[in-house]
Design a protein around this ligand. Structure first.
Ligand SMILES: C[S@@+](CC[C@H](N)C(=O)[O-])C[C@H]1O[C@@H](n2cnc3c(N)ncnc32)[C@H](O)[C@@H]1O
Length: 296
């Protein structure tokens, strides 16, 4: 399905991590963070030139992701979560709470004993996660590449979670960084490992036409930095979910799910977007879906 150029493996530990832009640090910068190097900032600035709406998309997706954890905990009774490609944690908002709340904060607001396993391949992200979560009971941080997910599930995840009870899988803005084959393999492996009823929550950049959303230029800008970025159509996202039961309202645009709570651009985002007027924000081209493993 993809014609994208081959992409180098950015996760080798022996690499000088500042010599190459990273998707996680670019994301952090687009979300207003500052844990970035010049190369990341340059790519982020180029992205904002071709797609001034991108920071709003990231923020909307993050906000939806937090809300989805609440839905899984509240409506489906999920008490254990596996956050794959967890990325940098969002910053603090007013009143010393993360804005949006972190998965363990959302989950524990509903189930005080909830457990979250945070996973990322990027060891800088992992070090941040350790500094944030190691003090926190019932959160576990694991460095792993989800392209080979079986050892992760069989080892650290099985030790941390009860695989006989449903597990909530969070794949928030993760699958666009995987090829079709890798994404298909990951989703199928999660289904094979977890019991029926286990939900998956995903957010995914959309390749379906959205007015003014220059997604093709975003793909090219990431590719120029040697980073695979693979937005998908609604149909392709549905294909990845295969036999999973997609819950209402289906694979829907994130801002339709957020409704009036859709975030507006922050001051930093407006600065990144240069002279683009705020009213030029397009429909955020990203989908969200919650699906569950059907009973056999
Ligand atoms: C765009 S960030 C999303 C972060 C967070 N989930 C969110 O929704 O804000 C994607 C994250 O996935 C991680 N990632 C990408 N490919 C991965 C892989 N093969 N294995 C594990 N993590 C991966 C990146 O390091 C990055 O932190």
């Amino acid at each position: 399905m993809s014609d994208l150029p081959p992409v180098a493996d950015v996760f080798r530990r022996d690499e000088n991590y500042w010599e190459r832009a990273s998707a996680s640090r670019i994301d952090d910068y687009l979300l207003g963070g500052c844990d970035v190097f010049d190369r990341d900032r340059k790519v982020a600035d180029d992205l904002c030139q071709v797609a001034p709406w991108l920071p709003v998309m990231k923020r909307s997706a993050q906000r939806h992701g937090s809300q989805a954890v609440t839905t899984l905990a509240q409506s489906l009774g999920i008490t254990q979560f596996l956050d794959l490609g967890c990325g940098y944690a969002p910053g603090w908002g007013a009143g010393d709470v993360h804005d949006p709340p972190l998965p363990y904060e959302s989950a524990r607001a509903i189930h005080p004993g909830a457990t979250v396993v945070y996973v990322d391949a990027d060891w800088v992200v992992i070090n941040h996660a350790h500094s944030k979560f190691d003090q926190c009971a019932a959160t576990i941080v694991v460095q792993a590449d989800v392209r080979t997910v079986e050892p992760l599930l069989a080892g650290p995840v099985t030790q941390a979670l009860d695989e006989r009870a449903p597990v909530g899988f969070l794949l928030h803005d993760l699958l666009p960084w995987l090829t079709d084959e890798e994404a298909t393999h990951l989703v199928a492996a999660l289904q094979a490992w977890a019991p029926p009823g286990s939900p998956i929550s995903l957010t995914h950049a959309s390749s379906d036409a959205a007015p003014g959303a220059s997604m093709g230029d975003v793909v090219k800008t990431y590719a120029a930095a040697d980073i695979l970025f693979r937005p998908r159509s609604r149909e392709q996202v549905a294909h990845l979910l295969g036999p999973w039961h997609i819950r209402d309202p289906g694979i829907a645009l994130i801002e339709q799910r957020l409704g009036p709570r859709s975030p507006r651009p922050s001051r930093k985002v407006v600065r990144l977007r240069g002279d683009q007027a705020e009213d030029q924000v397009v429909t955020v081209p990203a989908y969200a879906a919650i699906a569950t493993i059907p009973s056999p």
